[in-house]
Design a protein around this ligand. Structure first.
Ligand code: ATP
Ligand code: MG
Ligand code: FE
Length: 333
């Protein structure tokens, strides 16, 4: 079977072709237009998706050496995401599937981030825990099988990626801030400054407090020395990143213990963070975990994960209809 995957939930327009479960290509057009606004502007995202979607899909088909008529199914992101952005991908998917008379498969974007682990070897063994950390979500997911997974912990407010991005903005290093903080942190001292950890029960998270604490910390520093940020930017980035990673891993460790699971995976854009990856490797040694870390290109938004999710849905006979509508707040489990 040949499946086309389409992703358009936020600011990446992406397409990928999957043949018999194997990803053939992974085409992504990142919208740079949002950089000058310091965040994603929904209306501009929709327009950029409209402009980029067909060229991106064409590129994926050409790279796979196939035509539209060779497709057996189309998988697309149904949600969560920006409504206008989701509409562009879903409208294309529905129209094409109807014209070709092939099944259409609506995919949950957060489930697809987890299924990115099944694009290439080594694939995790079930059951495993997946820490999904992205721009809009922070979740600990218990994964029993490809399609059976449940959220056992999540952020009650901001996502960790949002904390990275907003704190980066306070440091004046631009958008998206996660990769910039990662870079600056490499030569910084993570022990230099301390920021309060939020104290929230069970396996849940809260990341809105640290953003506020960081803002006041910078303001106080700048009052005493107006070069405070410039002079300490690497240590500030490293200390902030260290705190965010600590917060993530306190709950991840608790989840592993509670669920008695030692197969641990990470997914989502923030899992590209080098400090987080290193921490996972050192905790793996400490606690005897077997860990799974996706390639960089499969961490942030991509359509390879959507096509792969489509493959498992199709195999299980789970397809959608033309009546399915985009779901900006779509959840699973
Ligand atoms: P969601 O998946 O929740 O709908 P999203 O699709 O916008 O949100 P992703 O594309 O998966 O999120 O991830 C984007 C986020 O990842 C941004 O917040 C970005 O700053 C963060 N990010 C990317 N690379 C890094 C990095 N190296 N270090 C920290 N954060 C990073
Ligand atoms: Mg993005
Ligand atoms: Fe995402």
């Amino acid at each position: 079977t040949t499946i086309l995957g389409i992703e358009s939930s936020c600011d990446e327009t992406a397409a990928a072709v999957c043949k018999d479960g194997k990803i053939i290509n992974n085409i992504i057009a990142t919208q740079s237009i949002h950089e000058s606004y310091g965040g994603v502007v929904p209306e501009l995202a929709s327009r950029a998706h409209q402009k980029n979607l067909i060229p991106v899909i064409n590129e994926a088909l050409v790279a796979a050496d196939i035509k539209m008529s060779d497709l057996d199914a189309i998988a697309y992101t149904q949600g969560p995401g920006l409504l206008g952005a989701l509409l562009v991908g879903s409208s294309f998917a529905k129209t094409a599937a109807m014209a070709l008379g092939i099944p259409i498969i609506p995919i949950n974007h957060m489930q697809a981030h987890v299924l990115a682990h099944f694009i290439e070897d080594p694939m995790p063994e079930f059951p495993f825990l997946c820490l999904t950390v992205s721009g809009g979500h922070t979740q600990i997911v218990r994964v029993n099988s490809h399609l059976d997974m449940s959220i056992i912990g999540q952020s009650k407010d901001d996502a960790v990626g949002e904390a990275f991005d907003k704190c980066a903005k306070l440091l004046g290093v631009g958008y998206p801030g996660g990769p910039k903080i990662d870079q600056l942190a490499k030569t910084g001292d993570a022990k230099r400054f301390t920021f309060p950890h939020s104290d929230i029960p069970d396996l849940d998270y809260s990341f809105s407090g640290i953003k506020t604490a960081f803002m006041y910390f910078l303001r106080d520093g700048m009052k005493k020395n107006d070069q405070f940020i410039n002079e300490n930017i690497n240590d500030l980035a490293a200390s902030l990143q260290g705190t965010l990673i600590d917060m993530l891993f306190v709950k991840l460790k608790l989840a592993a213990k509670r669920e008695k699971i030692k197969n641990i995976a990470i997914a989502g854009g923030v899992s590209a963070n080098s400090g987080l990856r290193n921490r996972l490797l050192s905790d793996a040694d400490k606690y005897g975990w077997k860990v799974f870390i996706p390639k960089f290109e499969y961490c942030t938004d991509n359509a390879a994960m959507i096509a792969t999710a489509g493959y498992y849905h199709l195999k299980a006979g789970k397809t959608g209809t033309l009546r399915d509508s985009p779901q900006p707040r779509m959840s699973f489990s």
